[in-house]
Design a protein around this ligand. Sequence first.
Ligand SMILES: Cc1cc2nc3c(=O)[nH]c(=O)nc-3n(C[C@H](O)[C@H](O)[C@H](O)COP(=O)(O)O)c2cc1C
Length: 223
Amino acid sequence: MDIVEAIRLRKSIRGFKPDPVPKEVIREILDIARCSPSSLNTQPWDITVVTREVLDNIKKGNIKMLTAGVEPNPDVPFKPYEGIYKQRQVDLAIQIFRLMGIAKEDKSKRAEWMQKGFRFYDAPVAIILSMDKSLDETPLARLDIGAIIQTICLAALNYGLGTCIEDQGIMFPEVVRKFTGIPESKRTIINIAIGYPDWDFPANELETKREPLENFVTWCGFA
Ligand SMILES: Cc1cc2nc3c(=O)[nH]c(=O)nc-3n(C[C@H](O)[C@H](O)[C@H](O)COP(=O)(O)O)c2cc1C
């Protein structure tokens, strides 16, 4: 697949077919993604790939915590967005809820949708990225994680797979640790739900907007 086509085609997939993804396919994707750049070639990523019973156990554990009203306690603290960033977040939620037929005041359907996120959008595979805690004071390492997750998502397209980069799946790190063995010395940073897209799933129709270049690019020294 052409690189520009892949970049333009990639979008978040939130509805998957139940079909399993062969381990060899995920392996090839990760083998491509390990070419990603990192600060001083430090390659700070640790990757845990989960499927079947292990993934089911994490999903169940997440939902148990959520329904018991336990406050999510991600390894990377979340600070609520403000201003224009908050606005874009709200716009996204409006678009998704519209596609899913969820009314703003329908608390039970909203909760159901949230649970789907904590269930990795019911994808057959989840890729969990973690990083050694010794890198906590090295913000560049987080950028490296960003580079590899985009590369994973782009490479996945080549195999007909869809992805959703997510932090919901790892918001209860104690659950993830219990079933994967990710040690306390590592911080879970982000996860990617991955599988074959269900193109009949309404939220997969979503086309998110982007700001035009004029709004965020400053040109210096050009004629
Ligand atoms: C760091 C990061 C965290 C994200 N977390 C979530 C999440 O928890 N749940 C979700 O549905 N989407 C999540 N997303 C997907 C974004 O909502 C999505 O990338 C954005 O709306 C742009 O849409 P697109 O991916 O379809 O182009 C995340 C994306 C990134 C890069």
